[in-house]
Design a protein around this ligand. Structure first.
Ligand code: ADP
Ligand code: ADP
Ligand code: MG
Length: 455
């Protein structure tokens, strides 16, 4: 039985994990960098230890220090959250070697799925459609030309180890491919520790639709429905919602079936997200699997009533998933807005600083996951996301009304935020009519709209 968990993360996800642990009577250890000494997660945990200086590689990504601490404080398990070490197979391996449960898949499964070009090969072998592209890693520029000529321009060159919307380049011509290949390769090495690149056809104006999946050690594989994350800026999600009527019931079921087949075919254990892009003809193509909990997991929690962190811990503790696929009921609609400390009018420049006044919205079907409080100073070193507003209602239409009401209630003073930007997005015609797509913000929205200013 897991009795004590070290939470190897910060911010809203560290708080989220600690909350569930408390409800399960599991003790928690928080780690924090010097800059995070006032962070909420350290106050909520049973114990908290400064893991190192501000630099990520010396603190939240310091594998040896984290393992040492987990052993010293007799933790049975480590929850990696998202970002940081959550998809680092070396970390998973070291946990396994030291008899610490890594709350996530095994090292082997992670190697198979978290490297994006290898994941492509794996799902192709399972008969699932991927975006047309290279068979695996591109060996050299000549192979890149060959593949691009075969699939047709424009193409995307992607870093195999990329993530967070980074490490991708759209290329329209052979000349562009020629001049971008080496730069992309060295950038990938510098940012992600590997120069490996692969190629995909650039799909014009797709939707991003993903499926939440879980597998356990008893060969159970389930899905918890889909999330539409088509509202993006620079390939990063801005707001997410549970699946609407954009896809028919039959199309949704085909998508779910493919996602569950990937879990079964890889004997995957734990929480995962299978990401697809869907073209205008409603063809869906696998793009990647995230072998961890996702930022937007609350949307799924709201429509299923299932605590996904609790399920992760249960599976890591060698228990079977306590319900069958048939017992999962999807109810209503949920939308999440990512709230960032940033200035939309200045190219979304991060805006760290002290929060001098704060009002968090509430009411039926309203949830705000955050780690900030009045008087807290957001350090300039980490992600600019400071919270997530999640609303649930019976239908998409009702949910839009509710999230408008909740966005109106939030007060965050002292720093600039994207709250007004989110409001105008939610009320854009394209979103209301459910016809937005992944490049909507860049191609249409920012060009035409006057963004209201916050504060
Ligand atoms: P999602 O938002 O769907 O959960 P993201 O890919 O946006 O997934 O990643 C979640 C978090 O992890 C974000 O804070 C993102 O910046 C970070 N992240 C993900 N992959 C990487 C990576 N390879 N390098 C750096 N940060 C990453
Ligand atoms: P990351 O690991 O950074 O999350 P993904 O491969 O999941 O990278 O892609 C992130 C986003 O980039 C997608 O949601 C989509 O908007 C865009 N994208 C990725 N691949 C393609 C493609 N082949 N065609 C068009 N857009 C793409
Ligand atoms: Mg992705």
């Amino acid at each position: 039985m897991i009795k004590k968990i070290l939470v190897a993360n910060r911010g809203d996800i560290a708080v989220r994990i600690i909350r569930t642990c408390k409800e399960l009577n599991i003790k928690t250890v928080a780690i924090y960098s010097k800059a995070d000494s006032e962070c909420l997660h350290r106050y909520l945990a049973d114990e908290s230890i400064c893991i190192g200086p501000n630099n990520i590689s010396k603190s939240y990504n310091n594998i040896d220090n984290i393992i040492y601490l987990a052993l010293k404080l007799e933790c049975d398990a480590i929850h990696p959250g998202f970002g940081f070490l959550s998809e680092n197979h070396e970390f998973a391996r070291k946990c396994e070697e030291n008899n610490i449960i890594f709350i996530g898949p095994s090292k082997k499964q992670m190697v198979l799925m978290s490297d994006k070009s290898r994941a492509r090969e794996t799902v192709i072998s399972l008969g699932i459609k991927v975006v047309p592209g290279s068979d695996g890693v591109l060996k050299n520029k000549e192979e890149a030309f060959e593949v691009a000529n075969k699939i047709g321009y424009p193409v995307i060159i992607k870093a195999s180890n990329g993530g967070g919307g980074k490490g991708m380049r759209i290329v329209y011509t052979q000349d562009e491919l020629f001049s971008n290949f080496d730069i992309a390769s060295s950038e990938s090495l510098a940012s992600f520790g590997s120069s490996d690149l692969y190629m995909e056809k650039f799909i014009e104006n797709p939707r991003h639709i993903e499926v939440q999946v879980f597998g356990d050690r008893f060969s159970n594989a389930i899905h918890l429905g889909g999330r539409d994350c088509s509202m993006q800026r620079k390939n990063q999600k801005v707001l997410e919602e549970s699946l609407s009527n954009y896809l028919s019931e039959e199309e949704k079921n085909n998508l779910y079936k493919s996602a569950v087949n990937i879990v079964k075919g890889t004997n995957y254990i734990g929480a995962g997200t299978i990401e697809f892009i869907v073209d205008k003809h409603k063809n869906f193509y696998f793009i990647e699997m995230n072998t961890r909990i996702q930022v937007e997991h609350p949307v799924t929690e709201m429509i299923t009533g299932i605590d996904l962190i609790k399920l992760q811990i249960l599976i890591a503790d060698n228990k079977p998933i306590p319900f069958t696929q048939k017992e999962i009921v999807f109810k209503g609609h949920a939308i999440e807005c990512r709230i960032n400390a940033e200035i939309p009018e200045e190219e979304f420049k991060p805006c760290p600083g002290e929060i001098t006044s704060l009002n968090i919205p509430g009411g039926f079907g309203t949830r705000f996951d955050t780690f900030v409080y009045c008087g807290y100073t957001i350090p300039p070193l980490y992600d600019s996301m400071i919270g997530k507003l999640i609303c649930w209602s019976e239908s998409r239409e009702e949910c839009i009304k509710k999230i408008n009401r909740a966005l109106d209630e939030i007060i965050i003073e002292g720093v600039r935020t994207n709250i007004d930007f989110q409001k105008s997005l939610i009320n854009s015609e394209a979103f209301l009519e459910d016809r937005h797509y992944t490049k909507f913000i860049e191609n249409e929205f920012l060009g035409n709209k006057q963004i209201a200013t916050t504060i």
